[in-house]
Each structure stands twice: as C-alpha cells, then as structure tokens.
Design a protein around this ligand. Sequence first.
Ligand code: FCB
Length: 452
Amino acid sequence: MTDPFPTFPADFLWGAASASYQVEGAVDEDGRGRSVWDTFSAEPGRVVDGDTGAVAADHYHRYAEDVALLRDLGVGAYRFSIAWPRVQPDGSGPVNEAGLGFYDRLVDELCAAGIAPAATLFHWDTPQAIEDAGGWLSRDTAERFADYASIVGERLGDRVRMWMPLNEPVVVTMFGYALGNHAPGRALGFEALPAAHHQLLGHGLAVRALRAAGCSSIGIASNHAPVWAASGSEEDTQAASAYSTLVNWLFADPVLRGEYPAPELAAMVPGPVVEDLKTISEPLDWFGINYYRPTLIGALTDGGEGHVEGAMLPPGLPFEPREITGYPRTDFDWPVVPDGLRETVALFTERYGDALPPLYITESGCSYHDPDPVDGRVPDPDRIAYHDAHLRALHQAMADGADVRGYFAWSATDNFEWAAGYRERFGLVHVDYATQRRTPKDSYHWYKSIIG
Ligand code: FCB
C-alpha cells in the first residue's frame, strides 16, 4: 500500500502553467507582430510533422472557457505568458492596444474566477524584428525588454500577483542559439554565451522596471535539474560538474549571487560584466524552478559525440550526455525521476543558503500520448503517477527544511510542444485539435482532489 498523500501547508499555492505561443494561436490577429517561433516553425524540417503555433489550442479565443476549467480545477494561480509581439509588434515603439487588451481581459477573467494571475514576460516568442537586429546576442535587446516590461507592468501591475520576466534562459541559450533546434535556430556553440548574458541583463532590468511600475512578487522561472556523473571516475565527475556549471549555475549564480560560476565564463560574456551583475542580481521575492529530469553526463569517449535532444553539441566539449536507465520513461522518452526534484531543491538550499528566497516549482509535468476521449473521459494514470510522485518528493524536500511555496503543473491544457509539435501532450486537459474541444483528463480530477 502506498503511503497517504502528504499534507501541504494550508497556504501552499497550487497552480497550472502555459505559455503564449504554445496555446494562443491567432498569430495574425489584432496587430500581433511576427515572432521567431512563427518564422522557425514555418521552415521545413524544424518541427515534427511541420506543426506550427498558428492555431495551437486557440486560447486567444477560448480563454474564458479555459479560465472556467481552471476555476473548476480549483487552482490558486494560473501561470501564463505575455507575447511581446502582441504588445509591441516590432519589439519596440508604440503599444499595440488590441494586443495588450487581450491580457487585460485574461487577467480580469482570472481575477473574477478568484485565480491569481502569474505572468511570464518572455516565454521564447521574441519579436522577429528584435531578432533581425541581433536578438539576445545584442545588448540592446535587454533594454528593449525592459521597456516592454514597463508597459506591461504599468497596465497589469494592479492585478497580476506574480511576475516572471524570463522563462528558462538556459533553453533559449542552448537550444535557440548554441545548438539550433529551437528558434531562432542558430548553432553558434560557445559563441551563444552573449545570449545568456543579455537575457540575464534583461531579467535584471525588467525586475527594476516592474518594481518602478509598482509591481510586487517578482521572480523567475528557470530550468534546473541534477547532473549526475556517469561513474565515480574523476573524468566523469569533472565532466558532470562542468555540465552542471553550464546548465544550472551559469543561470542561477548571477541572479542569486551576483557572479558567474567560473572566471572563464565571466571572461566570455560581453560587459561591463561586474556592473551588469549588480543589475542581474537585483533581489527577487522568490525563485522559480522548472523541473523535468536529471541529466547523466560522462567524459567524452573516443569516437563519441555529444548530443542533447537530437542536436549535436559543438565539437571539442569534454563531456557527453548518456542515457539514464532504470527509471520509467514518458512517451516523450524522458526518464521519470521524482527524487530529482527533491535533489534539485536540496542543491539550491545547500548552494545558496540564506541568499535563497522562497522557492516555487514553476513547472513540472510529463507528456503521454493519451487516448482520445471516450464518453468525456481521458484515462491518464501515468500522468497522475508523475505528479503524485513529484509532489511527494517535493514534500520531502520541504520536510528537510526547504521553503517551497507552490507548485505549477505543466500544463493546463495540451499545447504546441515546440520542436516536438502537437504529438506531445502535457496537459491536465485534453485538446482535440480538430474541434478544439476540451476534455479534462483523469489527472485533472486527481489534481482537483489534491487541491481539495
Ligand atoms: C519547458 C518549457 C515549457 C514546456 C515544457 C515541457 O522547458 O518551459 O514551455 O515546453 O518544457
């Protein structure tokens, strides 16, 4: 018999998450400008099945129905993202009132449903015009991002309860600029490092801009997970540590400590680095971790080649990812390692100690290729097991002393899973893309019972 589900603090925040390009559709409506994901997904061979976010889950038109589903689910907060090219079609200059108006209505709808709006300002849909001017490789993008943050903060700051300027800068840097399997599809290897620095700088400037606009409760949604060494050998241990520096600490140390984790990295990013780090480490009200799975890393073997998610790592790196075995896998082929969430939280509490603000798990979830609904039901026992086990692991981390304030299930509804298109389904709510019909899955009913 499994142990009873643990009791979370009464004020623990239960949430669900989404992102603009993954759910909204309506890419040509109400003056929205193009984003890098429109461009990227239109290029043949970039996205599985040639899928694009042009229609997605049609949330732009169906947001009221989606908010009603969230209300019935009982979540205390909904994490959504604002599409920069809806607010400023070219990423700078005048506000597109119709675009900003959509978020005004969404936020009002959430408030009326008693759900706290939790807004991400950048979940990867860079305006194409900003990309054409250098994108995150250009320092100017950080400044433009801060202007955009001011606009949104001034309009929505009276109602949005939690703010995240950035979502997962590591993924944008690595997949978008270093390896090229996400928009904007650049494969620059280590030349991508300025994109990390400028996103972090944009984050810091946006934190200041939001505060100046009167917004409170500001954090970040940053992707983190343990990096395990393939063996106890010195080579593998060093390789794993180097990889963790690149994917974890390169993004968390500047924010939480005001420094880069290695002098070599600090020397590779454009400056003025010391000055910028002061901006980047602007104190946060909380820190958000997106957790999915650990990585297993070994030293590069003879003839081996490093690759992540099907994309080749630049040559000359001293490490290579290895397959994690001995755990169940999702239909997206990701290993299911609930204790990795406890371990991630523990890594943060140990590394940052008193400098760590309260934590939220801003995303965790799994893709299973669910059956079509039958009689209004979608049985998804594996997804229930995933969230159940991850929440138990999180509870353990809290029992060990971590200050964790909430958990956002990824995702509210099925949606466009980036380069993997629509085959991957992460939602608590099933979406039939032919009819846009929503069907709450068994995991939705389970989550509702947990929220209580
Ligand atoms: C995260 C992203 C999110 C979603 C999940 C599965 O990396 O933030 O948009 O795609 O993975």
